[in-house]
Structures are given as C-alpha cells and as structure tokens.
Design a binder for this molecule. Structure first.
Ligand code: SF4
Length: 214
C-alpha cells in the first residue's frame, strides 16, 4: 500500500477534471441518493438518468413514495427491470417513515438493516448523502482495487481484503471521501473497465501494480 497516497492524489486530480456531471452527483439529498443507488444496481448510467428524473417527479419525497400503492411504484419502474429493487425501495421508504421519522439514516450499520440495502449500498449512501468517510466497494471498485493493489490475490478472502483496502484509502475528511468514492467508481466505469483495462490512458497508472509496467 506504499503507493496509496500517490494513487489517491492522481485519482482525485483526474476526477476533478474528467468526472461526469451526473444528476445524483449534484445532490446530497439522502432520498435522491438512495433512489439513484437502487436504480444503478444492475442498470447502466445512460439508462438510469431519464428514469431517475421521472421517478422523482412522481415521488418527490420519501413520504410520497411510502404512501404510494405497490402497483403504482412498479409501474413507475417499468422498463428498468429487476422489479425486486422497486419493491425493496418502496418497503424501505415505508420503514424510514415509520421507524426513522422520514429521515434516511446516516450510519451504515443502521442502513444495512433496511430492505434491499447491502454493504455496498450502505457505504454509498453514507458517503454520497452524508459525506461519511466510509468505503463503498461494488464490482467496479473491487476490480480497480484488485488490479491496482492486489493483482495476484487469491479468490479466497478477496472480498474482505478489498473492503479493507477501500477503507484504508478513503480520505478521512468528508468532502474528499465523497470525491474519492465517486472518482474510483468513475475510473472503473470509464477506464479500468471489466472488458478492458485502458492502462495507457489511465491517470493512476504510475501508482498501479498492474499498469505501471505498461
Ligand atoms: S493502470 Fe490499468 S489496471 Fe491500473 S487502474 Fe488503470 S486501467 Fe486499471
């Protein structure tokens, strides 16, 4: 992990110049963040954008979503697929209204107890809505961390190790933690993709164990 400070610095510098301007990056509203996170599970950014705006027009608050009929929520999700996400989001809204006075929790451990929220989503909401210095390791981020820090890591125990690396890398200061988590996701989506690692154009190449020899 000796390359960690350099990796962080390079990544943040690149993101500030090249990160995409996405609607959920312009807000810290926890409800909007959680809607985007549910939609982005298994659906690419380009498809989510339109649905995100329409869904929020129809259900502008956690209270309005909680009060909706299940059939209406499903209809608003039509076309996005994986309808279990819509059902979970609906139940989550009802729980937040009933048990948390309509306030989406900031603590990842509490978030984890809500319907449809796994370890990644809990970390993402804590970081993206509340700027908590917590890791958020999804498939894309895990791939970047593995290639950059543990290229020869065996499968066994890999997830735990990737989370530990993610936690060690996240800056302690909230705004920078938000940026770091967005940035590493962006790198995984645009440069260090599942299909190909574009090491020659990668901003963190010199701090990456896979890329630095290329
Ligand atoms: S240098 Fe290559 S392997 Fe390393 S993070 Fe960049 S694209 Fe991925």
């Amino acid at each position: 992990m000796s390359q960690a400070p350099d990796f962080r610095r390079r990544l943040l510098r690149w993101f500030r110049r090249h990160g995409r301007d996405l609607p959920w990056r312009r807000t810290r509203d926890p409800y909007r963040v959680i809607v985007s996170e549910f939609m982005l599970q298994q659906t690419p950014v380009s498809r989510v954008e339109g649905y995100y705006h329409r869904f929020l027009q129809r259900y502008p608050s956690v209270e309005s979503l909680a009060a909706a009929r299940p059939a209406a929520v499903r209809e608003s999700w039509e076309g996005l697929g994986y309808y279990r996400r819509a059902a979970n989001l609906h139940r989550l809204a009802q729980r937040v209204v009933a048990e948390h006075a309509g306030v989406i929790p900031a603590d990842p451990a509490v978030l984890l107890g809500l319907p449809g929220v796994g370890k990644y989503t809990a970390g993402a909401v804590a970081s993206f809505a509340y700027e908590r210095p917590t890791a958020a390791v999804d498939t894309n981020v895990g791939r970047v961390l593995r290639r950059a820090f543990h290229p020869r890591m065996p499968k066994r125990g890999a997830e735990r190790r990737l989370w530990a690396t993610g936690e060690a890398l996240v800056p302690r200061q909230g705004r920078r933690a938000w940026e770091f988590n967005q940035a590493i996701m962006e790198l995984g989506a645009l440069i260090c993709t599942a299909r190909v690692a574009k090491c020659r154009e990668c901003p963190v190449r010199k701090a990456c164990k896979t890329g630095r020899g290329k």
